[in-house]
Design a protein around this ligand. Structure first.
Ligand code: ATP
Length: 523
């Protein structure tokens, strides 16, 4: 069947996010946590399809980081760590967000995010001016020149630069009154109520704490880790020595992290319990910028290989460098809410190892046999949120299509290698031995590929259900199958069907759904 494919552009972005959330719940991807008790803010559970997609994303990352790079190994550190870890890392003293409340709506916001949103609005204005001019001047249009000479655009850019400078100063000092004044001067209103009646700005530590030990008096305060990275730093020497690792080398980890986020809206984009996939790359001091550029490029290639749209990614350099960094950027993704941070790449200097050396009194140095001396390595880190990656895949896969026959379908165009189920096995009718034959095919495939079996409803309805959960292939078993061992293979995206032999299925699926092939493409 020929189809007319169109992403429903009439949807507002907010609508798209709402649709993605509803779809994720209806089709077993993501449920609100403890929903029977009305849920818990910013906590979510992954359902039967969600967990498969999540595991595939993890595998894509893990295989790329640890198998494509001979000098990267993995670990799995515990969530609870000695409390001094968080003193040394700076989190006890400095893992704060500046928060501000609106007195009328009683809503709480991150002061820096309110200001960043105001900057984004001015950036949008610049973009609109550029788009308008591009239309007016046609092929002769020189965007670079326009950006530096058009008076209105230049003025917008100056405004952005001024705001950024003031925000950077206020955060670095920190000067919370200056941050509040910036919000007042920019006439920022509460996005919900429109009110400009703001409280003072206060610092808020994002770490969750609990107590270790059951006997009163023995108990000591410990934290749920707010990032996985420190588990890697404290194991630096263990891994280096037992793995006989030579610099440069990396340690990778996937695991839960916890942050008491001030505002946790926008679905799984900002959660209080989430998963990170982090890699710390230990390098010779002085070589960190080379490796920083190397990892920026590698990580961007990893993202783009998925085919979610090259235009949906961009780098964003950090204006306010964290206390430990000498260079840092984000890879931003075009989520339904706009371009936002998906992954961070940071050059962390020797801050962490040096600080752990001081606090623990243990030497955390590497003996470089080529240079015949010991030093504390520098670190370049790549840090991506698994749940944000999940949202990037899900929201860009969500497509509503109007077909040529006038009907509509919702299809998740998830990259085949990440799809929860690779193939659905569907007997055309529920008799004449077709279900048994289907089960035979399924049993042959199911250990290599996640399969789905379904024999209820019309074949058309079953295809739609598979489209809705992003299954790249449907195999239909009919009467001809019983005679010549062939089946119809339907492609999710093109909806084309072809007749293939059962014996060719394994190779067909392996070619289209292979994670290894996807990773090889990156090199
Ligand atoms: P943001 O500025 O959005 O709060 P961050 O700069 O604090 O993020 P990092 O500390 O660099 O984030 O953490 C690395 C990655 O972990 C982020 O790029 C993001 O993908 C993910 N991440 C951080 N906080 C959360 C959260 N609350 N929920 C889900 N993912 C998160």
């Amino acid at each position: 069947m020929v189809k007319l494919s169109l992403r429903l552009m009439a949807n507002t972005d907010d609508n798209i996010l709402k649709k993605v959330i509803a779809h994720a719940k209806e089709y077993g991807f993501v449920f609100p946590s403890s929903e029977i008790y009305d849920g818990l803010a910013a906590a979510y559970d992954y359902g039967q399809n969600g967990v498969e997609l999540k595991n595939n994303i993890k595998e894509y990352w893990w295989k790329f980081m640890t198998r494509s790079h001979d000098n990267i190994v993995g670990i799995d550190a515990s969530i609870f760590m000695h409390p001094t870890t968080w003193k040394a890392s700076g989190h006890v003293d400095a893992f704060n967000d500046p928060l501000i409340d609106n007195k009328d709506s009683k809503k709480r916001y991150r002061a820096d995010v309110l200001i960043e949103d105001a900057v984004a609005k001015i950036e949008d204005k610049i973009k609109k001016e550029v788009d308008k001019a591009a239309k007016r001047f046609g092929e002769t249009f020189d965007a670079e020149m326009y950006l530096t000479t058009n008076p209105r655009v230049v003025e917008y850019q100056k405004k952005i630069d001024d705001i950024n400078t003031r925000m950077k100063d206020a955060i670095e000092k920190p000067d919370l009154e200056a941050l509040r004044q910036l919000i007042i001067d920019l006439e920022i209103a509460d996005p919900i109520s429109g009110s400009r009646n703001w409280t003072d700005v206060r610092q808020f530590n994002l770490m969750f704490s609990t107590e270790l030990g059951s006997v009163a008096g023995d108990a000591s305060k410990i934290y749920l880790r707010p990032e996985t990275a420190q588990g890697i730093f404290v194991n630096f020497l263990n891994v280096q020595k037992t793995g006989r690792m030579k610099i440069p080398f990396g340690i990778a980890q996937i695991g839960k992290a916890f942050r008491n986020e001030i505002i946790a809206r926008q679905f799984i984009f900002r959660m209080r319990e989430f998963e990170q996939m982090e890699m710390q790359f230990f390098v010779k001091p002085g070589e960190e910028m080379k490796w920083y550029e190397f990892w920026k490029e590698k990580r961007m290639k990893w993202h783009k290989a998925l085919g979610l749209g090259e235009e949906n990614y961009r780098f964003h350099d950090h204006l306010n460098l964290a206390h430990y960094a000498n260079a840092a950027c984000d890879i931003q993704f075009n989520f339904p809410m706009g371009f936002k941070e998906l992954e961070g790449i940071h050059s962390r200097t020797d801050f962490d190892l040096k600080s752990h050396e001081e606090f623990s009194g243990k030497k955390l140095q590497y003996f470089d046999t080529e240079e015949n001396k010991s030093y504390i390595p520098y670190v370049v880190e790549t840090s991506i949120g698994l749940d944000r990656m999940f949202l990037a895949v899900l929201s860009s896969a969500y497509t509503e299509e109007k077909l040529e026959d006038g009907s509509e379908r919702t299809v998740l165009k998830i990259p085949a290698a990440l799809a929860p189920n690779k193939v659905a096995i569907l007997p055309l009718i529920k008799k004449d031995g077709l279900p048994e034959k289907s089960m035979e095919i399924m049993n042959d495939l199911k250990l290599d590929f996640n399969c789905y079996y379904e024999d209820k409803d019309t074949i058309g309805k079953r295809y739609r259900r598979m489209d809705a959960i992003g299954t790249p292939f449907c195999v239909t078993v009919d009467h001809q199958t019983m005679e010549d061992n062939t089946v119809t293979l339907r492609d999710r995206d093109t909806m084309q069907q072809e007749r293939v032999s059962i014996s060719s299925l394994k190779n067909r699926l392996a070619d289209s759904c292979s994670l290894s092939a996807l990773i090889k493409k990156i090199e």
